[in-house]
Design a protein around this ligand. Structure first.
Ligand code: CDV
Length: 313
Protein backbone atom coordinates (compact mmCIF):
# COMPACT_ATOMS: atom_id res chain seq x y z
CA UNK A 1 0.00 0.00 0.00
CA UNK A 2 1.33 3.45 -0.91
CA UNK A 3 2.52 5.51 2.01
CA UNK A 4 1.00 8.93 1.41
CA UNK A 5 1.54 12.00 3.56
CA UNK A 6 -0.67 14.89 2.54
CA UNK A 7 1.61 17.74 3.51
CA UNK A 8 1.18 21.49 3.71
CA UNK A 9 3.63 24.38 3.98
CA UNK A 10 2.14 27.38 5.78
CA UNK A 11 4.12 30.33 4.50
CA UNK A 12 3.97 33.33 6.77
CA UNK A 13 3.90 37.00 5.81
CA UNK A 14 5.60 39.58 7.99
CA UNK A 15 5.17 39.52 11.77
CA UNK A 16 5.36 43.04 13.15
CA UNK A 17 7.37 43.69 16.30
CA UNK A 18 4.14 44.88 17.94
CA UNK A 19 2.25 41.68 17.12
CA UNK A 20 1.43 39.60 20.20
CA UNK A 21 1.86 35.82 20.50
CA UNK A 22 -1.93 35.61 20.63
CA UNK A 23 -2.21 37.35 17.24
CA UNK A 24 0.49 35.17 15.71
CA UNK A 25 -0.94 31.94 17.07
CA UNK A 26 -4.32 32.95 15.67
CA UNK A 27 -2.73 33.27 12.20
CA UNK A 28 -1.09 29.87 12.58
CA UNK A 29 -4.34 28.26 13.69
CA UNK A 30 -6.13 29.74 10.68
CA UNK A 31 -3.57 28.26 8.32
CA UNK A 32 -3.73 24.94 10.18
CA UNK A 33 -7.50 24.87 9.60
CA UNK A 34 -7.03 25.64 5.91
CA UNK A 35 -4.41 22.90 5.60
CA UNK A 36 -6.80 20.41 7.22
CA UNK A 37 -9.71 21.54 5.03
CA UNK A 38 -7.51 20.79 2.03
CA UNK A 39 -6.85 17.28 3.27
CA UNK A 40 -3.45 17.66 4.94
CA UNK A 41 -2.06 15.30 7.59
CA UNK A 42 0.80 17.60 8.49
CA UNK A 43 1.50 21.35 8.25
CA UNK A 44 4.98 22.88 8.30
CA UNK A 45 5.25 26.36 9.83
CA UNK A 46 8.30 28.55 9.52
CA UNK A 47 11.44 29.25 11.55
CA UNK A 48 10.72 31.37 14.67
CA UNK A 49 7.07 31.40 13.70
CA UNK A 50 5.83 33.06 16.89
CA UNK A 51 7.60 36.42 16.71
CA UNK A 52 9.24 38.88 14.38
CA UNK A 53 12.76 37.87 13.34
CA UNK A 54 14.45 39.69 16.25
CA UNK A 55 18.12 38.86 15.42
CA UNK A 56 17.99 41.81 13.02
CA UNK A 57 18.38 44.11 16.05
CA UNK A 58 20.96 44.54 18.78
CA UNK A 59 18.94 43.97 21.96
CA UNK A 60 20.92 44.70 25.10
CA UNK A 61 18.13 44.59 27.64
CA UNK A 62 17.95 41.00 28.87
CA UNK A 63 14.25 41.10 29.81
CA UNK A 64 13.40 42.43 26.36
CA UNK A 65 15.51 39.72 24.73
CA UNK A 66 13.94 37.00 26.89
CA UNK A 67 10.48 38.11 25.76
CA UNK A 68 11.15 36.63 22.30
CA UNK A 69 11.85 33.13 23.66
CA UNK A 70 9.59 30.28 24.80
CA UNK A 71 10.46 28.77 28.15
CA UNK A 72 7.99 25.91 27.78
CA UNK A 73 6.30 24.17 24.88
CA UNK A 74 3.41 24.16 24.87
CA UNK A 75 3.04 27.23 27.06
CA UNK A 76 -0.16 29.12 27.82
CA UNK A 77 0.07 31.13 24.58
CA UNK A 78 0.94 28.22 22.29
CA UNK A 79 -1.48 25.71 23.84
CA UNK A 80 -4.25 26.69 21.36
CA UNK A 81 -2.10 25.38 18.49
CA UNK A 82 -1.77 22.00 20.18
CA UNK A 83 -5.48 21.91 21.06
CA UNK A 84 -6.48 22.73 17.51
CA UNK A 85 -4.08 20.14 16.07
CA UNK A 86 -5.60 17.48 18.32
CA UNK A 87 -9.14 18.55 17.52
CA UNK A 88 -8.50 18.52 13.77
CA UNK A 89 -6.22 15.47 13.80
CA UNK A 90 -3.34 17.20 12.02
CA UNK A 91 0.36 17.22 12.87
CA UNK A 92 2.72 20.19 12.64
CA UNK A 93 6.31 21.42 12.55
CA UNK A 94 6.87 24.65 14.48
CA UNK A 95 9.99 26.80 14.74
CA UNK A 96 10.56 29.04 17.77
CA UNK A 97 13.27 30.62 19.94
CA UNK A 98 13.85 28.43 22.98
CA UNK A 99 15.12 29.54 26.38
CA UNK A 100 16.18 26.51 28.39
CA UNK A 101 17.72 26.07 31.81
CA UNK A 102 20.26 23.31 31.37
CA UNK A 103 23.60 22.50 33.01
CA UNK A 104 22.87 25.15 35.64
CA UNK A 105 22.64 28.03 33.17
CA UNK A 106 20.40 29.84 30.74
CA UNK A 107 20.74 28.44 27.24
CA UNK A 108 19.26 29.82 24.03
CA UNK A 109 18.50 27.76 20.95
CA UNK A 110 16.76 28.22 17.62
CA UNK A 111 14.44 25.23 17.86
CA UNK A 112 11.77 23.28 16.00
CA UNK A 113 9.39 20.57 17.13
CA UNK A 114 7.36 17.93 15.34
CA UNK A 115 3.91 17.33 16.79
CA UNK A 116 1.74 14.34 15.88
CA UNK A 117 -1.97 14.28 15.08
CA UNK A 118 -2.83 13.81 18.77
CA UNK A 119 -1.03 16.99 19.77
CA UNK A 120 2.01 15.18 21.25
CA UNK A 121 5.57 16.35 20.61
CA UNK A 122 7.38 13.50 18.87
CA UNK A 123 10.64 15.23 17.98
CA UNK A 124 12.72 18.27 18.87
CA UNK A 125 15.59 19.79 16.90
CA UNK A 126 17.97 22.67 17.68
CA UNK A 127 19.50 24.57 14.75
CA UNK A 128 23.09 23.58 14.15
CA UNK A 129 24.30 26.09 11.53
CA UNK A 130 23.94 29.62 12.92
CA UNK A 131 24.57 32.34 10.34
CA UNK A 132 25.52 35.97 10.88
CA UNK A 133 27.56 37.55 13.63
CA UNK A 134 27.86 37.86 17.39
CA UNK A 135 28.69 41.57 17.15
CA UNK A 136 26.76 44.19 15.16
CA UNK A 137 28.34 44.95 11.80
CA UNK A 138 28.80 48.61 10.91
CA UNK A 139 27.03 49.83 7.78
CA UNK A 140 24.27 47.20 7.77
CA UNK A 141 20.66 48.37 7.73
CA UNK A 142 19.69 45.12 9.46
CA UNK A 143 21.91 42.96 11.57
CA UNK A 144 21.87 39.19 11.63
CA UNK A 145 22.87 38.35 15.22
CA UNK A 146 21.99 34.68 15.45
CA UNK A 147 25.49 33.92 16.71
CA UNK A 148 24.84 36.30 19.62
CA UNK A 149 21.38 35.09 20.54
CA UNK A 150 21.73 31.32 20.11
CA UNK A 151 24.22 28.56 20.65
CA UNK A 152 24.62 25.78 18.08
CA UNK A 153 22.14 22.97 18.56
CA UNK A 154 23.32 20.05 20.65
CA UNK A 155 21.01 17.30 19.39
CA UNK A 156 22.59 16.63 15.99
CA UNK A 157 20.41 15.64 13.04
CA UNK A 158 18.08 12.91 14.24
CA UNK A 159 15.15 11.30 12.45
CA UNK A 160 11.82 10.15 13.87
CA UNK A 161 9.33 7.46 12.88
CA UNK A 162 6.06 9.35 12.49
CA UNK A 163 3.29 9.90 9.93
CA UNK A 164 4.00 6.45 8.51
CA UNK A 165 7.58 7.30 7.53
CA UNK A 166 10.98 8.55 8.62
CA UNK A 167 10.85 12.27 9.37
CA UNK A 168 13.66 14.79 9.78
CA UNK A 169 13.94 18.46 10.72
CA UNK A 170 16.36 21.29 10.18
CA UNK A 171 16.11 25.08 10.24
CA UNK A 172 16.85 27.74 7.65
CA UNK A 173 20.62 28.05 7.15
CA UNK A 174 20.96 24.28 7.72
CA UNK A 175 19.27 23.81 4.32
CA UNK A 176 22.36 25.11 2.53
CA UNK A 177 24.67 22.43 3.96
CA UNK A 178 24.95 19.02 2.29
CA UNK A 179 25.88 17.54 5.68
CA UNK A 180 22.42 18.37 7.03
CA UNK A 181 20.62 16.19 4.51
CA UNK A 182 23.30 13.52 4.30
CA UNK A 183 23.37 12.82 8.04
CA UNK A 184 19.61 12.33 7.89
CA UNK A 185 19.86 10.54 4.53
CA UNK A 186 22.17 7.98 6.09
CA UNK A 187 19.40 7.30 8.63
CA UNK A 188 16.89 6.75 5.84
CA UNK A 189 15.03 10.05 6.06
CA UNK A 190 11.96 10.29 3.82
CA UNK A 191 10.74 13.79 4.56
CA UNK A 192 12.79 16.77 5.76
CA UNK A 193 10.87 19.74 7.16
CA UNK A 194 12.32 23.20 7.58
CA UNK A 195 11.37 26.84 8.01
CA UNK A 196 13.41 29.86 6.91
CA UNK A 197 13.85 33.62 7.42
CA UNK A 198 16.10 34.78 4.60
CA UNK A 199 16.57 38.52 4.04
CA UNK A 200 17.46 39.39 0.45
CA UNK A 201 20.49 41.41 1.59
CA UNK A 202 21.93 38.71 3.80
CA UNK A 203 25.50 38.66 2.49
CA UNK A 204 25.89 42.36 1.70
CA UNK A 205 27.35 41.39 -1.70
CA UNK A 206 24.86 42.49 -4.37
CA UNK A 207 25.96 39.91 -6.93
CA UNK A 208 25.36 37.07 -4.43
CA UNK A 209 22.23 38.58 -2.90
CA UNK A 210 20.58 38.84 -6.33
CA UNK A 211 20.72 35.03 -6.43
CA UNK A 212 18.90 34.59 -3.10
CA UNK A 213 15.79 32.98 -4.61
CA UNK A 214 17.82 30.73 -6.87
CA UNK A 215 20.05 29.56 -4.00
CA UNK A 216 17.02 28.96 -1.80
CA UNK A 217 15.54 26.44 -4.19
CA UNK A 218 18.89 25.09 -5.39
CA UNK A 219 19.92 24.02 -1.89
CA UNK A 220 16.59 22.36 -1.08
CA UNK A 221 16.24 20.65 -4.47
CA UNK A 222 19.81 19.34 -4.31
CA UNK A 223 19.29 18.07 -0.75
CA UNK A 224 16.09 16.30 -1.79
CA UNK A 225 17.50 14.64 -4.89
CA UNK A 226 20.86 13.60 -3.47
CA UNK A 227 19.21 11.99 -0.46
CA UNK A 228 16.05 10.66 -2.08
CA UNK A 229 13.82 12.55 0.30
CA UNK A 230 10.87 14.92 0.24
CA UNK A 231 11.77 18.42 1.44
CA UNK A 232 9.22 20.91 2.69
CA UNK A 233 10.61 24.44 2.99
CA UNK A 234 8.42 27.15 4.52
CA UNK A 235 9.30 30.84 4.34
CA UNK A 236 8.67 33.90 6.40
CA UNK A 237 8.30 36.46 3.63
CA UNK A 238 7.39 39.98 2.65
CA UNK A 239 8.79 43.15 4.16
CA UNK A 240 9.10 42.64 7.90
CA UNK A 241 10.15 45.68 9.92
CA UNK A 242 11.91 47.05 6.83
CA UNK A 243 13.67 43.78 5.99
CA UNK A 244 12.75 42.21 2.66
CA UNK A 245 12.46 38.43 3.07
CA UNK A 246 12.66 35.67 0.49
CA UNK A 247 9.38 33.83 -0.14
CA UNK A 248 8.82 30.92 -2.54
CA UNK A 249 8.00 28.22 0.01
CA UNK A 250 8.19 24.89 -1.75
CA UNK A 251 7.36 21.21 -1.49
CA UNK A 252 10.04 19.22 -3.28
CA UNK A 253 9.92 15.58 -4.35
CA UNK A 254 12.79 13.06 -4.05
CA UNK A 255 13.36 13.69 -7.78
CA UNK A 256 14.39 17.23 -6.88
CA UNK A 257 11.33 18.62 -8.65
CA UNK A 258 9.23 21.34 -7.04
CA UNK A 259 5.70 19.95 -6.70
CA UNK A 260 4.08 22.98 -5.06
CA UNK A 261 5.26 26.53 -4.63
CA UNK A 262 3.87 29.63 -2.90
CA UNK A 263 3.22 32.59 -5.15
CA UNK A 264 2.46 35.38 -2.68
CA UNK A 265 4.36 37.42 -0.10
CA UNK A 266 1.76 36.73 2.56
CA UNK A 267 0.29 33.99 4.71
CA UNK A 268 -0.33 31.22 2.17
CA UNK A 269 -0.91 27.48 2.43
CA UNK A 270 0.41 25.18 -0.27
CA UNK A 271 -0.22 21.44 -0.30
CA UNK A 272 1.00 18.28 -1.98
CA UNK A 273 0.30 14.57 -1.91
CA UNK A 274 3.67 13.12 -0.92
CA UNK A 275 4.23 9.44 -1.68
CA UNK A 276 7.04 8.42 0.67
CA UNK A 277 7.79 5.40 -1.49
CA UNK A 278 8.91 7.65 -4.36
CA UNK A 279 12.27 7.93 -2.59
CA UNK A 280 12.72 4.17 -2.82
CA UNK A 281 13.38 4.38 -6.58
CA UNK A 282 16.40 6.53 -5.90
CA UNK A 283 17.51 4.71 -2.74
CA UNK A 284 17.50 1.40 -4.63
CA UNK A 285 19.32 2.72 -7.72
CA UNK A 286 21.59 5.77 -8.09
CA UNK A 287 21.54 6.65 -4.40
CA UNK A 288 21.80 3.15 -2.98
CA UNK A 289 24.18 4.37 -0.30
CA UNK A 290 25.17 0.93 1.00
CA UNK A 291 26.14 -0.16 -2.51
CA UNK A 292 27.74 2.92 -4.01
CA UNK A 293 29.08 5.20 -1.30
CA UNK A 294 32.83 5.09 -0.65
CA UNK A 295 33.19 6.23 2.97
CA UNK A 296 36.89 5.39 3.11
CA UNK A 297 37.57 7.88 0.33
CA UNK A 298 35.77 10.61 2.32
CA UNK A 299 37.40 9.83 5.67
CA UNK A 300 40.46 12.08 5.42
CA UNK A 301 38.61 15.19 4.35
CA UNK A 302 35.76 15.04 6.85
CA UNK A 303 38.27 15.27 9.68
CA UNK A 304 39.42 18.71 8.45
CA UNK A 305 37.00 21.48 9.42
CA UNK A 306 38.23 24.46 7.43
CA UNK A 307 38.32 25.27 3.75
CA UNK A 308 42.11 25.58 3.74
CA UNK A 309 44.02 23.84 1.00
CA UNK A 310 45.91 20.75 2.14
CA UNK A 311 49.39 21.29 3.64
CA UNK A 312 52.39 21.07 1.30
CA UNK A 313 53.69 17.53 0.95
N1 CDV B 1 17.68 32.51 9.41
C1 CDV B 1 18.71 32.10 8.64
O1 CDV B 1 19.37 31.12 8.95
N2 CDV B 1 18.97 32.86 7.55
C2 CDV B 1 20.11 32.62 6.69
C3 CDV B 1 20.65 33.86 6.03
C4 CDV B 1 21.00 34.91 6.99
C5 CDV B 1 21.90 33.52 5.24
C6 CDV B 1 19.80 31.63 5.56
O2 CDV B 1 20.63 30.76 5.32
O3 CDV B 1 18.78 31.78 4.89
Amino acid sequence: MARIVNAAAAQMGPIAKSETRKDTVRRLVEMMREAKARGSDLVVFTEMALTTFFPRWLIEDEAELDSYYETEMPGPQTQPLFDEAKKLGIGFYLGYAELAHEDGRKRRFNTSILVDRSGNIVGKYRKVHLPGHAEPQPGRTHQHLEKRYFEPGNFGFKVWRAFGGVMGMCICNDRRWPETYRVMGLQGVEMVMLGYNTPYDHTGHKDIDSLTQFHNHLSMQAGAYQNATWVIGTAKCGVEEGSNMCAQSAIIAPSGEIIAQAVSLEDEVITARCDLDLGQRYRQTIFNFAKHREPEAYRLIVERKGAEPPPEA
